[in-house]
Design a protein around this ligand. Structure first.
Ligand code: NAP
Length: 247
């Protein structure tokens, strides 16, 4: 990565986000990573390059407080390229409307929608019109296809897609944005899916079979596709992409 690159990434402690963080660090980017916990192994391997922030993205008030401080603007201040990877996400609540607790809905909407949209605005405000700024929302096939029992997850991921489409129309000279579906990836979230009650998620057997038949992408494979695309000249040519459609 020839340019002085600063990346802000959410959900770097496991799964896809940990693999994306690893790739960005290996390519020389400084990474400011936000999650509720820390990634000790990554921090040890990349001392001075990984800057961890412990924050619960389900709490928009806490996120707003953090964004009101200096940490983000200081992190991006002398960067030539600024990347935002909105990766943190959650599946719950799963089930029909009768099984969705209001607080669980609010939590999912905060993590999956409010936090990525707040971070997107804050990053652009911190970088202004100068740095090459690129935003990835980690979306899902569920944004584009409806699944029974996943109304909250489908709706929140579709919100990211539509946010990217609208932001792309704003005509910000230095900004590219894309909502990227990462494929079906062998992470804790897939384990959570295989643990779901069939009564709440009737399509569960399809995901059981993907795991059984070795059809899941590894986090490293999926992260490689996301990062290669993020750093490519083509990034942002379309506001939504599925990595399975990329060459
Ligand atoms: P995962 O294994 O469950 O990891 C989720 C990451 O998000 C963790 O690092 C977690 O960190 C962070 N996170 C979750 N809730 C948070 C909160 N309240 N505040 C701050 N950080 C939080 O998930 P994954 O499978 O890697 O998924 C990554 C992204 O890909 C998600 O947006 C997901 O919707 C999307 N996706 C995944 C798949 C798949 O097959 N796995 C398919 C399509 C899309 P802490 O627990 O340390 O906070």
């Amino acid at each position: 990565m020839p340019l002085q690159t600063r990346a802000i990434l959410t959900g770097h402690t496991r799964g896809l986000g940990a693999a994306i963080a690893q790739l960005l660090l290996e390519q020389g980017a400084d990474v400011l990573a936000i999650a509720r916990t820390r990634n000790g192994g990554l921090a040890t391997r990349h001392t001075g390059k990984l800057h961890e922030v412990e924050l619960d993205l389900a709490d928009p008030v806490k996120l707003d407080e953090w964004l009101s401080g200096e940490a983000l603007s200081q992190f991006v201040s002398d960067a030539q390229r600024v990347l935002l990877v909105n990766n943190a996400g959650m599946l719950a609540p799963v089930g029909d409307l009768a099984n969705q607790a209001p607080a669980a809905i609010a939590r999912a909407v905060s993590v999956n929608v409010a936090a990525p949209l707040m971070l997107a605005a804050a990053v652009v405000q911190a970088t202004g019109q100068t740095a090459d700024t690129r935003i990835v929302h980690v979306s899902s096939g569920a944004a584009r296809n409806a699944y029974p029992g996943w109304s909250i997850y489908c709706a929140t991921k579709a919100a990211l897609d539509h946010h990217a489409r609208a932001v792309a129309l704003d005509g910000h000279r230095a900004l590219r944005i894309c909502s990227v579906a990462p494929g079906v990836v062998d992470t804790d979230m897939q384990a959570e899916i295989r643990d779901l009650d069939l009564a709440h998620f009737p399509m569960r057997e399809r995901f059981d079979a993907l795991k059984r038949d070795g059809q899941l992408a590894t986090p490293e494979q999926s992260a490689r596709k996301v990062v290669d695309y993020l750093l490519s000249e083509a990034f942002g040519d379309t506001p939504t992409v599925d990595v399975r459609d990329l060459a």
